[in-house]
Design a protein around this ligand. Structure first.
Ligand code: TYM
Length: 330
């Protein structure tokens, strides 16, 4: 079976180092060998209230980030999810075959819905079915994501299996999560036990892809540290372990090698070294993003091409799905 890859990021602003190291940077290598689709998950973004103007600019900003990080629009298909209506259409059909019990197990819903689940929107609850539709619509086989999305992809596998069984076919391939070994879960700079996240209130919890050198230096300086000597991955030192992992991932070296290089440094000297590595790595990306964002027409042109290519695949799958389900085609 040929591999087909899909992945996406919610365009909700504050694209950060976790999104980059856990997902986007890994896509850059994968696109060399496989057909890839990378989309802007704007339908997912509105599961939480969004300002329409900000959403529009975030879609362009996230597309610019993909390209600035090295996604090649000539090789890979880049498009906003909402432009392909089949995502929603397939999500509905799949939802008719997805037991609620499966959705009740989703940890991300529990975290995002908070204490008052009765008030949480239906879209937040059914979100993983839309995600399964994103993946299955293109008959995708592999999904490169950070660890926090693993459960959703396992659910997409179950949903694909349920559909195939229901209609007695081997129609959807069962997609596999592809989680990186080195940076699967980048943690907050303020609390090494919490995931780095776009929605954290503290700007100091994350390095954004739009941060300049001064902001990066300040954020690492203020990052939580401990009083132990040297650097290590010890379990009781989550902040040291997180920063070392970031260092390794940015330098493209193993965690062991990063430890070898830095174990004798004290926390503040290490932070200085990490800042240098981060600035050297991220500043060309930030610069390229700025240039791209100055030409929104260029970005829109790339997205339009992506939409055309994605639509071809999506329409074909959807036609086949409708035949299987028994809808009239008039
Ligand atoms: P989102 O927007 O939350 O995150 C985008 C990607 O970044 C990864 N990620 C992280 N990786 C490591 N450490 C972190 N702290 C960190 N935070 C985020 C995520 O795992 C993800 O790979 N539901 C998805 C978007 C989506 C999608 C899909 C992805 C919608 N449909 C279909 C793949 C296939 C999401 O909200 O990602």
């Amino acid at each position: 079976m040929t591999k087909r890859i899909i992945s996406g990021v919610q365009p909700t602003g504050n694209l950060h180092l976790g999104n980059y190291l856990g997902a986007i940077r890994r896509w850059v290598d994968i696109q060399k060998d496989y057909q890839c689709l990378f989309f802007l998950a704007d339908l997912h973004a509105i599961t939480i209230a969004q300002d329409p103007e900000k959403l529009r600019s975030s879609v362009r900003e996230t597309a610019a980030a993909y390209i600035a990080c090295g996604i090649d629009p000539k090789k890979s298909i880049i498009f906003p999810q909402s432009t392909i209506a089949e995502h929603c259409e397939l999500a509905w059909i799949l939802s008719c075959n997805t037991p609620m019990g499966w959705l009740n197990r989703m940890t991300q819903f529990k975290e995002k819905a908070g204490k008052d689940k009765e008030k949480a929107p239906l879209g937040l609850y059914s979100y993983p079915v839309l995600m399964a539709a994103d993946i299955l619509l293109y008959k995708t086989t592999h999904v490169p994501v950070g660890e926090d999305q693993k459960q959703h992809i396992e659910l997409a596998r179950d949903i694909a299996g349920a559909f195939n069984r229901e209609y007695g076919v081997e129609f959807f391939p069962l997609p596999e999560p592809v989680i990186g070994a080195e940076a699967a879960r980048i943690m907050s700079l303020r609390d090494g036990t919490k995931k780095m996240s776009k929605s954290d209130e503290s700007e100091y919890s994350r390095i954004n892809l739009t941060d300049d050198a001064d902001a990066i230096a300040l954020k690492f300086k203020k990052a939580k540290s401990d009083m132990e000597e040297g650097m290590s991955y010890a379990q009781n030192r989550p902040e040291a372990a997180n920063l070392l992992s970031i260092y390794a991932a940015l330098k493209g070296i193993s965690k062991e090698k990063a430890l070898e290089e830095c174990q004798s440094l004290n926390f503040s000297a290490f932070k200085g070294q990490l800042t240098d590595v981060a600035v050297a790595h991220l500043s060309p990306i930030t610069q390229k993003m700025r240039e791209l964002l100055a030409s929104p027409d260029y970005i829109d042109g790339i997205l339009k091409e992506g939409v055309q290519k994605a639509a071809e695949i999506a329409e074909k799958t959807m036609g086949e799905v409708k035949d299987l389900v028994g809808f009239l085609k008039l």
